[in-house]
Ligand binder design. Sequence first.
Ligand code: ATP
Ligand code: MG
Length: 498
Amino acid sequence: MPQARILVVEDEVIVARTIASQLRQLGYIVTGTASSGKVAIAKAWETQPELVLMDIILKGEMDGIATASLIREQLDVPVIFLTAYGDDHTLERAKITQPLGYIVKPFTTKDLKIAIEIGLLKHQLERELRENRDQLATLLNSISDAVIATNEQGNVTFMNPAAEALTGWQQKDALGNEAAKIFHIVDEITGTTLENPVTKVLRDQQVVYLGEFTSLITRDGKRVPIGDSASPLRRQFDQINGVVIVFWDLSERRQTKLLEQALEKEQELNRLKSLFISTVSHEFRNPLTVIQTSVELIEMQAAKLTDAKRAIYLKRIQGAVQSLEKLMEEVLFMGRAEAEKLVCNPAPLNLEQFCRELIEDFSIAQSSVCEIVFTCYSDRTDAVMDEGLLHYLFENLLSNAVKYSPGGGKIQFDLICDPIDQVAIFYIQDQGIGIPEPDQARLFESFYRASNVQSIQGTGLGLVIVKRCVDAHRGQISVTSKVGVGTTFRVILPLNNS
Ligand code: ATP
Ligand code: MG
């Protein structure tokens, strides 16, 4: 261990010399002796000792205590006081200078050594502690994550500058306040206040993390999306002394995510538009080809054309024109719905009457092999809905029920009006080919057709239109189906859409 450098301040010259010689005997280096406070300060500057042995009573303007406090202040050199006696007042004053110890005169060489060694060790430990504390403070003050610490009652004991910036609270105002007041968090979607992580940590005694969509309410009421964790502070293994919350601002990341999502949506929309255009043009080509070849055949056969043949070709042309018309109508409807121009114009109507008329018209137009059975389970069926949209909706569901029941069978159309929930519930149930389970979730996507309908004509737009009509009424639609048994569509619409 290197020898410690010591300055002796003692106004009795003989005593000063004796102490200096004792110190040398003990192996220390005596950097000098001084008999007054003034000289002591000058010698301390000049010889840079590691320790000062200071007599409390000194001749001159400054006593030992005043001198020690200046040396400590200016040079950060610790002091051990030498004192023959100490009245309470003197000791109180001496304490302010935070001496490393006192040696009471008269003392032996051994007393001197013990006091010096303990004093030096204490000074070294204090310096290390200070350095650690400074290092920790610099670290907490310079990290970009916000840090709030609390005691075991959940009251704030520390905030770093990042926490001050994010919460809008200054540490001096926040200290001692309940953590929930400074760190007030809410659910980003519902806006409801969330349980404070400090309370949770103190209760569960373990680290907790925030949910994905959490916002901090700042002191001035702004909302900032944040991520965080809260951990128990333990001084001993089984004892929690407080909580530390580490959190960070997610605004930028959230913004980027939103932009990414918007971009993805736009790309998906563009992809769907291209798919829509190519599928629609393909669907138009089929009936056009039928018309073109039928016309060509009529021309080629001209004079030889029998009446029967002519009737067949004309029927083909008529069929193709009809499917073109239907397609046109569907595409126009979709276009209107896409541009969000699908306005719902609700007006009073009687649902039972509406359904009966719809089924009658539909049965005449379809001349289908299926029998449509309508049952109304309610006496009062008055509603306020858009009759035009209802037509699209149920015509499509009925035409699917007929189209996908190639073997015929019964189609049940049921109506129930629930006066308590104020909704109308419609069931359209067929005994057709059914829909394979994996296809059921995608039926309402444009152009989606189930895997078991390849041989049956269709575009895959009917149910998209149905869904748009249901949405326009703020209703719901669901399907249950079993291959080979049949399919049921259930539609629930609010009775009053005005
Ligand atoms: P279109 O645009 O001419 O209506 P589509 O009937 O094929 O063509 P959607 O009405 O949208 O299109 O129906 C989508 C798919 O849902 C159908 O292709 C069929 O696979 C399935 N589907 C709908 N209704 C039924 C039903 N009642 N029974 C069995 N499958 C059905
Ligand atoms: Mg259809």
